[in-house]
Design a binder for this molecule. Structure first.
Ligand code: PEP
Length: 245
């Protein structure tokens, strides 16, 4: 079953919950084969999980602190997200790595905190355009996977998302061959770390997934789902991506 996750980023006031309701209505009328989650801004997690209750659509966060509580003004812990109704959390998104200087080691600490709180982390990795042009995409992404996963994950449920930085919000996507190559490298980095347990970890693709390219991307080898930004904001755009899974 493919995992299709919407990342609303810093978009959405209370009125945007109508999009979650529209998605719920459409998917209850015609159920999907896919597992679906929406990750709104933290301010909407509680309300969204209430709106989505009674449906199969899950709610997630977009980041969390690595400590359960404490003097960390402005931060939100994994426990708090879980308490608000989240079941998943996106971690290590390239926007956080770039704008907040998150390192692989910090992402690994957050992943540890998330699983301890019962959340399912979606760990993001991806190369920059310069790294891709220098032929380093596979090496960079493999190193990020190794560095961003804490030890002891073999028994845990989590996903990895391959999100080339240059593909996010740009309308550009790698070729299907490039996606397959990096996903295969991620699978082998996961197997190096977790052994055979790694075969069940979904590897999502993210970066300019749209209704018109979703089917091809989702049919590519080792693509276990999609992490969708802009096209997840409106149910009418997100639904065809979900239906393509
Ligand atoms: C993202 O931010 O995770 C993302 C994939 O964005 P977009 O789909 O808008 O490229």
């Amino acid at each position: 079953m493919k995992l299709i996750v919407g990342n609303w980023k810093m978009h959405g006031l209370t009125a945007a919950l109508s999009e979650a309701e529209a998605l719920k209505t459409a998917l209850s009328a015609t159920p999907t084969e896919a597992r679906v989650a929406l990750c709104p801004p933290a301010t909407l997690v509680h309300q969204m999980s209430a709106v989505l209750s009674g449906s199969a659509i899950e709610t997630g966060g977009q980041d969390c602190h690595d400590k359960p509580s404490g003097a960390f003004t402005g931060s939100i812990s994994a426990e708090m997200l879980a308490d608000a109704g989240a079941g998943l959390v996106i971690l290590g998104h390239s926007e956080r790595r770039a704008a907040f200087g998150e390192t692989d080691a910090q992402v690994a600490d957050k992943v540890q905190a998330a699983v301890a709180a019962g959340l399912e982390p979606i760990v993001c990795v991806g190369e920059t355009l310069e790294q891709r042009q220098a032929g380093q995409a596979v090496a960079v992404v493999s190193a990020q996977v190794a560095g961003s996963l804490p030890h002891g994950l073999a028994e845990r449920t989590f996903a990895v998302a391959y999100e080339p930085v240059w593909a996010i919000g740009s309308g550009l996507t790698p070729s299907l061959e490039q996606i397959a190559e990096v996903h295969a490298a991620i699978r082998s980095a996961l197997i190096d770390r977790l052994g055979e347990a790694a075969r069940r970890v979904p590897i999502l693709y993210g970066g300019s997934v749209k209704p018109d390219n979703a089917a091809d991307i989702l049919a590519t080898a080792e693509v276990g789902g999609a992490l969708v930004g802009g096209a997840s904001l409106r149910a009418e755009d997100f639904l065809p991506i979900i239906r393509a899974a």
